[in-house]
Design a protein around this ligand. Structure first.
Ligand code: FAD
Length: 295
């Protein structure tokens, strides 16, 4: 099923996982993760695509297991920054042959050794959307990433929003946000997006942080700000891992309850391949979710 069809009926609950990284390219541990996550009945599970195509084979294989073994909708992430059209076509063919109907279509980050020249055929995610739609009409439900606190390369929030519209006009049927810890940025994004005619659902990406180092890393990687109260609580319990974990889970739970109170289009949990994180959050929101997803 295409995710946009589901979103026409109600908000969604989804999880994100990534192909395990290790020297042996052994991805078997992910199958336990999927098995555990499947018990939580998500609407879909998305699988990231390694930067610049690394682990790309695994993305399709893992997405295929989610869909074809567990019967849960899978979303395969796909980045294009260093890829030729031929390479992308091969991946699309493979996804189609594996019954994958949903793609989170992304540009990806510039390689670390970027010298101003790219060997790929694409500059932006919107170009990838156009290419997929032209090559495989009506085959995939495309979605895109969006940035409540502005993508780090954009000159301004307004410019980034205009570029986001191009991505939606080129075929993205819904959007998933980058991690944020201050819900006000999400509300601003939705409000301003609607004003310029971006009317697709915007799913909120949530990721609990458990200790100061992790929180700083997430903030750096995602270019998101850290609210003072979250930083203070995480710092206060830095020496007590179990307490730090409770802080992270409580804060994520608070964010989700606030988002549901304000009618969020969907909740997307970045699980970091730890099913217990998703499980704990769902336990803490059981009755709220019952009420919210009824709508
Ligand atoms: P784009 O939408 O192309 O935007 C990139 C920049 O270019 C922005 O600053 C934008 O304002 C600007 N821009 C866009 N279009 C135009 C235009 N037409 N003219 C001028 N400027 C323009 N990375 C991975 O490697 N693998 C993953 O699996 C992955 N999953 C992600 C999931 C989510 C939900 C999100 C939010 C991000 C994910 N990323 C992933 C990270 C992503 O690849 C980076 O944030 C990347 O830098 C931007 O990708 P994008 O698709 O948003 O780019």
């Amino acid at each position: 099923m295409k995710i946009n069809e589901l979103l026409k009926k109600r908000p969604t609950l989804s999880f994100e996982i990534f192909p395990p990284k290790n020297n042996e390219n052994d991805i078997t541990s992910i199958y336990t993760t999927i098995s555990e996550l499947s018990k939580l009945n998500p609407d879909f599970i998305s699988v990231t695509y390694g930067a610049n195509g690394s682990t790309s084979k695994n993305t399709c294989q893992i997405a295929s297991t989610i869909k074809n073994k567990y019967g849960i909708e899978a979303v395969a992430h796909l980045t294009c920054i260093n890829s030729s059209k031929e390479e992308i076509l091969k991946i699309l063919e493979k996804l189609k042959n594996n019954n994958i109907e949903n793609i989170l279509s992304l540009r990806g980050d510039y390689p670390k050794d970027y010298d101003g020249h790219l060997k790929g055929d694409f500059k932006y995610a919107s170009e990838l959307n156009e290419f997929i739609e032209a090559s495989f009409p009506d085959t995939f439900c495309l979605s895109g990433g969006c940035y409540p606190e502005t993508h780090f390369e954009a000159k301004s929030f307004e410019e980034d929003l205009q570029n986001l519209k191009k991505k939606v006009d080129a075929g993205a049927k819904y959007l998933v946000t980058q991690i944020f810890y201050d819900n006000q940025y999400y509300y601003r994004l939705v409000k301003e997006a609607r004003k310029i005619g971006i009317n697709v659902p915007i799913l909120a990406g949530i990721m609990p942080a458990h200790n100061p180092k992790q929180l700083k890393n997430i903030a750096k990687m995602s270019s998101c700000s850290i609210p003072y109260d979250l930083a203070a609580m995480i710092d206060r319990f830095a020496s007590y891992p179990k307490a730090g974990r409770e802080v992270g889970l409580h804060y994520a739970t608070y964010q989700i309850i606030d988002l549901m109170t304000n009618g969020v289009d969907g909740i997307h949990i970045y699980t970091m391949n730890k099913p217990e994180i998703a499980k704990e959050i769902l336990k803490r929101t059981e009755y709220i979710r019952d009420e919210f997803f009824k709508c």
